[in-house]
Write a protein that binds this ligand. Sequence first.
Ligand SMILES: [Mg+2]
Length: 174
Amino acid sequence: MPPEAQSRKRVGSSPEMNLDQTTMSKPLAIICDIDETLCTEFDRPILTACQMIARLHRAIEVHYVTARPGGARKGTEEFLCDQRLPGWRNLYFCPNWQSTREHKTAVMGRLAKEYNVIVSIGDADEDEQASRAAGVLFVRITETNIEDAWKKIAVLVERATRGVDDPLARLFGS
Ligand SMILES: [Mg+2]
């Protein structure tokens, strides 16, 4: 039996603690690309995408992993603010010493360790490759599948948050 399976068995058989609880205790998160996923031409919102992210269950942290350089921070924060998108602190810009592929792969790898990532959303091959390398489920947005892709994401979110209290939804009845 490989060591990992042994420890899982041992942990799972202990009444004090099990592996599921460890997974559950990680915060829920979504990883999202920005360009051609949430907007076009830097700040023209793709409405279906923005509305969905703006209305997300508040237990979910949104992390934006983008190829944009740090110099785009101000405009990007304004876009998130204008669209009422959560998680403006969780912007990961591409450092100029790193390729966008390396950047996305490194950040997603870190996020996957820290969070229970429901899904990673993006439009590019490098988004998909970085997500797969991090072991995270990926949904690709194309010009023609926007509605279907976000419906699929809504189902994943619903499943992941079933039974999780959303104080905002309780307050506003949404
Ligand atoms: Mg993109």
